[in-house]
Design a protein around this ligand. Sequence first.
Ligand code: AMP
Length: 174
Amino acid sequence: MFEEDMKKFILDVPDFPRAGVVFKDISPLLARAALCRRIINVFCTQAKGKVDAVCGIGNRGFLFGPGIAQGLDVPFVMVRKYGKLPGKTITQSYQLEYDEATVEIVENSIQKGWRMLIHDDVLATGGTAEATAQLLTRLQVVPTQFSFLIELKFLKGCEKLLAYSRDIISLTTY
Ligand code: AMP
């Protein structure tokens, strides 16, 4: 089964980057070219004909995002943590457990009316993907599909995204 094949190469790293967090390390999976190709194919099959562009959330949304965009033959767009992008940017802040974070996009990297696939490696609390969807919606881009390699179901991030799209793809769940 595809999910089981993937899970063999996703490592649990306890207490990283801080105590209490079990970090999902996809490095072993990235070392397997054939598996990565299958992952991109599955993402592309799910998105084919539905989206005009792919938005990757940095940094790890940049690992598979460009491959998905190339497979679909559509543009790839970057959303990054605040302060990493040049030019005229638009930002969206969101609440973390004890703190605040901000995502940012270059304004002219998108076109109004685009149907967007929002992609990242892990869906945890959903805060980052939700802020990305808010940012894109403000720019009149339509969050049409979300896709993740890993969803941490117990954090219920999915619930935050349903207001934007019911089309949420997670290849593995924990
Ligand atoms: P969240 O906004 O809580 O959904 O967190 C999503 C972002 O944090 C993604 O960009 C992930 O790369 C990263 N992340 C959150 N939790 C984990 C985890 N347990 N293992 C690896 N990455 C994580």
